[in-house]
Design a protein around this ligand. Structure first.
Ligand SMILES: [Zn+2]
Length: 143
């Protein structure tokens, strides 16, 4: 699933930003190329008229001042992203997250977290020692 958004730079160059949800990928297993299911949001790509394609999406913790006087909230490679355009990029990423595969993956992650928390709580209740990773009942600290 691919989502795109676009805008123009302050100098008028067209910017086309693409984000993709990958649900299948080819991996190399001992020299054999095997296609496996996955659910990942690929790197955000920016194609800018007259410039090389930019990759490497970065969201800044705090906005940075651009020499031309406006603020940059993130970047795709060397392309700075204004607040208005960050809303557009967030929008296409949010669209990808509406895909059933993504929603199912998040539900699975939550379920796993809960199961791990339940397992750890039950281990603790049964005397599991976090320090040595066994049911030592305090023996590891006795020496
Ligand atoms: Zn112990």
């Amino acid at each position: 699933m691919i989502k795109t958004t676009e805008w123009k730079t302050t100098k008028g160059a067209k910017v086309l930003v693409t984000a993709e949800l990958i649900t299948k990928k080819t991996v190399n297993i001992d020299g054999d190329k095997v296609e496996i299911d996955c659910c990942e949001i690929a790197d955000v790509v920016a194609e800018i008229d007259g410039f090389p394609t930019q990759t490497g999406f970065d969201r800044y913790m705090t906005p940075r001042a651009h020499p031309q006087g406006f603020q940059i909230f993130g970047a795709i490679g060397k392309l700075g992203i204004t607040k208005e355009n960050m809303v557009k990029v967030d929008g296409i990423i949010e669209d990808l997250k509406q895909h059933p595969a993504w929603i199912a993956k998040q539900a699975k992650i939550e379920k796993n977290k809960k199961e791990i928390a339940d397992m750890e709580a039950s281990r603790k209740a049964n005397g599991y020692c976090e320090k040595c990773g066994s049911y030592c009942y305090g023996d590891c600290e006795a020496n």
